[in-house]
Design a protein around this ligand. Structure first.
Ligand code: GRF
Length: 210
């Protein structure tokens, strides 16, 4: 069984999408956080998944030590807001992925998280946004892109509305990437997702009707 650990700092809806998709192909073995108040911890507890709250998210050796017994194949950063120390990235040797709510390499980097990302997309006038899953490197939001899913920016969008629609496709994209990694034994790129423009019957995606 492919063993996945999830790092999350917030409410953990992406974690939930992984918990819901786990089963035959992969299992979520541990949820770790820098934030003892993270809603993600309650989601983990509800499914009897062990949790770890890092005493110091900059202490790489301690993080590596605390994860060792879970024998993880993959670490997923799902709304984890701290920089992962270089020795933790090295310990997982490219078996660490992150989901970001915009089409990297645009709208990423330090300080670009949460609603700020969507505000920046709207301010830019971009017609398309959408989530990116990428391999974690030692800088924020860099590393090989594995999957992206375009989400149209609609003329009447607020940042909150765009965030809601992007999050809805994050919940489909992230489990798809983890399942592909489980099948391959390592993170692999997915075919570009273009259904967002075609699947007008998908209730999570509202298309411009012209
Ligand atoms: C998501 O938009 C994710 O892309 C970003 O942080 C948000 C986390 O949401 N990295 P949640 O905690 O999974 O609900």
């Amino acid at each position: 069984m492919y063993r996945v650990g999830v790092f999350a700092s917030g409410s953990g809806t992406n974690l939930q999408s992984l918990i819901d998709a786990a089963g035959r192909e992969f299992t979520v073995c541990v949820v770790a956080t820098d934030n003892p108040a993270a809603g993600a911890l309650q989601r983990a507890a509800a499914h009897n998944i062990p949790t770890i709250s890092f005493a110091d998210p900059r202490d790489g050796p301690d993080i590596v030590r605390s994860l060792a017994k879970f024998e993880l194949d993959l670490v997923v950063l799902a709304g984890y807001l701290k920089l992962v120390p270089a020795d933790v990235v090295a310990a997982f040797n490219r078996g660490m992925i992150n989901i970001h709510p915009a089409l990297l390499p645009a709208f990423g980097g330090k300080g670009m998280y949460g609603i700020k990302v969507h505000e920046a997309v709207l301010a830019s006038g971009c017609a398309v946004s959408g989530p990116t899953v990428h391999v974690v490197g030692e800088e924020y939001d860099r590393g090989r892109i594995l999957a992206q899913w375009p989400v149209p920016v609609l003329p009447a969008d607020s940042a909150a509305e765009l965030q809601r629609r992007v999050l809805a496709v994050e919940h489909q994209l992230l489990p798809a990437v983890v399942k592909a990694a489980a099948a391959a034994g390592t993170p692999v790129p997915l075919e570009p997702r273009t259904e967002a423009f075609a699947a007008a019957d998908d209730p999570s995606i509202e298309l411009r009707k012209e």
